[in-house]
Design a protein around this ligand. Structure first.
Ligand code: GUN
Length: 293
């Protein structure tokens, strides 16, 4: 039987519609819509596209978008000064610094300078720790989006074997924590993992976030498994054109999987939808904490 194609675009649209309703209610109650500040330093082409998409989607759900495009030569202290001003600005409820940052800027210092309540990427130590401890915080957007997709396929995740390939702070580690919190038995595979193929074959749920194009082949997959492909790479074709592919070799994986995300149109749209959901959550929490005495 062919695999179920997990439609991230349709699911993201549903999440964005819900966020738009929440934004309307927030604006009616507080007199102003939530605001998201997005900072891009330098001229990385991929980052430029991501930021443009984030700005467009923020506006489409009725939020205010504040965009800060800084030159590559921007110093760390100039960037920290901007973040400090956004931390103090009541019109801004979420702050996102697009990564990667140019060399010479300490990414950890920059992330830590974001007020945790406005850290809509969920990258600060406070939000990382809250997630690890099972406490309410702001959860990184891509793993949050993946969990929504998985819950579309599985009414119950508890007891399933989940393998996360890739151990980044942005995706792999928070992904594993979310799967664990749902009762999955979780393994994180990484560059040093021995016999990745055998490990992948044991996974009921396989989440791949390595940045290595088409790393996972069909015969690495347990028949019927759910495959979530977080990767996106542009590869050359024989005819001189290029196309986008994921970290999973889709054409062969499709034959084995029970359900699989396409690239593009799978996880990507969910990341932005969850960024907007996080911004609304941040705005609601900030508003309720400011009325308490
Ligand atoms: N660069 C690639 N992915 C991300 C992300 O999720 N957030 C930020 N801030 N930068 C990124």
């Amino acid at each position: 039987m062919p695999a179920l194609l997990i439609d991230g675009k349709a699911e993201a649209k549903r999440v964005c519609e819900q966020v738009a309703q929440g934004v309307k209610a927030f604006a009616e109650q507080h007199g102003n819509a939530p605001g998201l500040g997005v900072i891009l330093v330098g001229s990385d082409a991929a980052s430029d596209v991501y930021v443009r998409n984030k700005v467009r989607e923020t506006q489409s759900v009725g939020m205010h978008s504040f965009e800060y495009r800084l030159p590559t030569q921007t110093s760390e202290s100039e960037l920290l000064t901007l973040i400090e001003s956004l931390n103090a600005d009541n019109k801004i409820h979420g702050i996102l610094v697009q990564l990667p940052l140019p060399p010479g800027i300490d990414v950890n210092r920059v992330i830590e300078s974001i007020k945790p309540e406005k850290d809509v990427d969920g990258f600060t130590i406070t939000n990382t720790g809250r997630l690890a401890a099972g406490l309410n915080g702001l959860v990184p957007c891509t793993p949050a989006g993946v969990m929504i997709l998985l819950k579309q396929v599985h009414s119950e995740l508890a007891g399933l074997n989940a393998v996360v390939v890739g151990a980044s702070n942005i995706v792999g580690k928070p992904m594993a924590r979310l799967l664990l919190s749902e009762g999955c038995t979780v393994t994180i595979a990484h560059k040093k993992t021995v016999d990745l193929k055998s490990l992948c074959k044991q996974a009921d749920i396989l989440v791949v976030a390595t940045g290595v194009a088409q790393l996972i082949k069909g015969d690495w997959i347990k028949p019927g498994a759910t495959i979530i492909d977080v990767g996106i790479s542009r590869v050359d074709q024989d005819d001189g054109s290029t196309r986008l592919v994921g970290d999973v070799h889709f054409e062969s994986a499709w034959e084995y999987a029970g359900a699989i995300t396409p690239v593009p149109g799978g996880v990507g749209p969910m990341t932005i939808a969850c960024l907007l959901a996080n911004t609304l959550i941040a705005a609601e929490r900030l508003a309720s904490s400011s009325v308490q005495v």
